[in-house]
Design a protein around this ligand. Sequence first.
Ligand code: GDP
Ligand code: MG
Length: 630
Amino acid sequence: MAEEQHTYPSIQLIDGEKNFTNDLPSFLKTSGLADAGFNYNMVAVFGSQSTGKSTLLNKLFGTDFATMAEAQRRQTTKGIWMSRGVDSHCLVMDVEGTDGRERGDDQDFERKSALFSLATSEVIIVNLWEHQVGLYQGANMGLLKTVLEVNLQLFQKEKRERSMLFFVIRDHVGATPLKNLADTLTADLQRLWASISKPEGLEESKIEDYFNMEFTTLPHKILMPEKFDEEAAQLRERFVTPTNSGFVFRKEYHKRIPADGLTHYTSSIWDQIVHNKDLDLPTQQQLLAQYRCDEISNETINKFEDALLPLQQAMQSGKVLEGLGPQMSIIRKSALESFDHEASRYHREVYERSLRQFSDKVTAGITGKTNYDFAALVRDASESAIAAFRTEAESCCIEGTSWTFDEELQVLAREIAAVASRMRLEEMKRLATRLEKKIKQELDEPILLAFKQPKEDMWDKVMNAFEKTRSEAELTFLSKARSFNSSEEEQDAGVGELRKHAWTVLRSRIDEEATDGNLSSNLREYFEDRFRYDEDGVPRVWKPSDDIDSKYRDARNETLKLIPIISTIRLSDGSQPSVDIAGSEDGVEPKDLFQVLSASRQRDISDRFRRAADAVYVEAKRSTISSGAS
Ligand code: GDP
Ligand code: MG
């Protein structure tokens, strides 16, 4: 049980006078997280005064924050308190605020502590009573509004990072299900979000772009102590057990500050906040990398010199030192290794930032634009990302040593090339899609015409048009793809795909024309042109002497001849067009590839046509009888 375990000490990170503690380094040491690297989490709690925040934290993390219940013993003071969770790598911040609604100064503190919490914590617990939910104008809403506003302030210049808002609804009576409470809160938050003024360019942003929101309830601690303990224990798992399916500290929330940089980072952030300076987190992270690499390098050099001291003294005393060279190189090697170990985390950050910068830049260059030079865009973005990396990495190097970042630089260049190649493939896909649209447009008329006036050579016309537009599209594709600096394999694959899609476009346009309704009306028109009109296109007025029967038979047979022609895509010399996709079309027989109408559909259509033709014939017969009778 948590009671049995020892708790870690807590410190007042920021006091009521807004001073930042000097004791953070020693706190991190005694709490055992000073060398944790990225292997720690940060959480802060927010909520109105006396809503059981400290009680909750102590339950979840086994911390020993002062609560009201023991107010006689210890005063709960304004400020931000920090402690470490008992059996997790969690740094917990208890924001002992006030309801800063009335007094201006308190509101200022609330704003500043919200800003600080968001800049440092992965998860913000928002603690509130059930009966506060839905009170859109309630005190807690003012607090949330502050949280949303200050968060926007943090990520103006660069890509935003996400945090989690974890709502704990206290004294849940049970009458209203969690789902309803969560919906109400979400709606309120969205209304709040809509109401706050957003910086330029972020007007359209959504609250979900910045926050993931989760909701949970806890029963009344005093009225249902056992149930409270039970549910708090379950909730605890979500905060301390990484394998728990609801584990709240997802990797994407981590602020990526190595533990050895926490003191510098948090104190300089607080400094910016207190002096109301603009706070831009990515810049802060970059400054931290430079600062820490300098510091680490100094520490390393000091250690190096200390290690050399005995050798130096021995030499000064006039001794000839055996093995001096090897000894010195061992000392040097271990110094450099220790630098490398410490500083590598910062390199990794710089590295990842450069990579992000690259893809953001290319994406920004394409989005919403139609005319751009893709290869140049990639080249520029890649050059500037590598230059940025070089500058930052250089500031992390120890002067006068052979320590270099060549390897990282190479890896970065390789990864940029990989990202670029992914982007290039996407770009080629977009290009292919545009060309397919064009093919579709250009095929429209020839196919329409071929079906309106079917002829022996209808497929020659269609296929000629197809070949023309397809080969044009392929040429355009190739020349564009070459300008992207794509490889030959990429080009071949792209052309193959384009060819396949072009065929699909052709086939679906043909199938569109070859519906029963379309075919019947086209065949009937063809028949009537021959039966009811003479060679000069003049309508016939049947006389009893006319040989209606043979005219009818000729027109009908000529029309019926069209059906097998339409049924299969075949050139007039009897050959099948070569489409060069047979190999790539999985399991499709060439027969199916060219077949427009199956045997049974041919029969159906021919039956249907015969009936329509018969009706026209009967009508013609009748007209001679009636004209003869008159
Ligand atoms: P904080 O000011 O938000 O940190 O609140 P505290 O944790 O100091 O608790 C304030 C008071 O509320 C104390 O008297 C607690 O015993 C009491 N308290 C703590 N948790 C609960 C709870 O879940 N329900 C109720 N009704 N009271 C609670
Ligand atoms: Mg408290």
